[in-house]
Design a protein around this ligand. Structure first.
Ligand SMILES: [Zn+2]
Ligand SMILES: [Zn+2]
Ligand SMILES: [Zn+2]
Length: 308
């Protein structure tokens, strides 16, 4: 193909070392440099400490703040594509303890950062996520999440987006509904892959965080405060979880099936007992969930009962 006069003779360096396994077709990003990052989680799981980089006065937060986003100094993807989002200046808070007003500030920041990163020409997908607890590798216990801005639409959201129709419009969780508030619902999926997995979505076909109006943002704050509070109440201990948003790609495509939602994958299947994804599951590509989703939903509904 002929090049434009003055065009670079080689494409810009990719922001990450993404490889596709020829046997499995699965994507892996090699981030060997991250092995050097600090592990500050040891012994810091509950107590406040001045050593925390996210506490006011810490290395990442010199001033006091409500919520705050900044570029991750240990990025998995280069070019300012990885950000850290601090939910509160309170080291010992949880998402639920933020309350609706505090959570709404986090929602607004998620939306703002999605718009800012997604507005870049070299960003096709903004993934907002959280790893909570040392069990899922959160190296700093201070309440925070992360954002990755991808140069492409990654495989997991892509599979959902490629469906012919929206799978969330008109969905009826039935007995698996856990909570409904402010135009949002949280429910245990019929084919849940984690024992107390939750799906959280607006009733309306809202494509992304930046597009949410005032009521939609408050509704998201309300439903997340409730749902994540139930997970902590379930076994009367902070529930380690992985949480991620799926939203419309930012590559300018229409993506008509994009319906904003949150996946929550809690780690425990009973008090103190972690659920592992093991060989039978990785080997078969099928998850074996030891808790009936109907029972999980009932337990989560009960777990909220004495808080409200
Ligand atoms: Zn802290
Ligand atoms: Zn929809
Ligand atoms: Zn999804």
């Amino acid at each position: 193909m002929a090049q434009e006069p003055g065009a670079a003779s080689s494409p810009p360096a990719a922001p990450y070392d993404r490889r596709i396994d020829p046997l499995t077709g699965e994507a892996a990003v090699i981030v060997a440099k991250r092995q050097a990052r600090p592990n500050l989680g040891e012994g810091m799981h509950t107590a406040s400490t001045v050593a925390c980089p996210f506490c006011p006065g810490g290395v990442e937060a010199p001033e006091d703040y409500d919520v705050k986003a900044f570029t991750n100094r240990w990025p998995s993807i280069s070019d300012g594509r990885c950000e850290v989002v601090l939910y509160t200046s309170d080291h010992d808070a949880s998402f639920a303890s933020l309350g609706v007003d505090g959570a709404r500030k986090v929602v607004d920041l998620w939306a703002e950062r999605t718009a800012a990163l997604g507005g870049r020409d070299d960003v096709a997908y903004v993934l907002v996520f959280e790893n909570r607890g040392p069990e899922v590798g959160a190296t700093i216990p201070h309440p925070h999440g992360q954002i990755y801005a991808f140069p492409e639409v990654p495989p997991a959201p892509r599979r959902e987006l490629d469906e012919a129709a929206c799978a969330l419009c008109g969905v009826d969780p039935g007995p698996r509904l856990v909570h409904a508030v402010g135009g949002w619902r949280a429910w245990v999926p019929d084919a849940a892959t984690w024992p107390y997995a939750l799906l959280v979505a607006p009733d309306a076909h809202e494509p992304d965080l930046p597009g949410l109006g005032d009521a939609g943002r408050t509704g998201l704050a309300e439903v997340l405060v409730d749902a994540l509070g139930r997970l902590d109440a379930l076994f009367d201990a902070p529930m380690p979880y992985m949480l991620w948003f799926h939203q419309r790609p930012t590559d300018g495509g229409a993506w008509p099936t994009a319906h904003l939602h949150v996946h929550v994958a809690p780690l425990y299947r009973s008090p103190g007992t972690q659920r592992y994804v093991a060989a039978g599951e990785l080997g078969s590509g099928m998850f074996f969930n030891p808790v009936d989703p109907d029972d999980a939903a009932a337990a989560l509904r009960d777990a909220g009962g004495d808080r409200q």
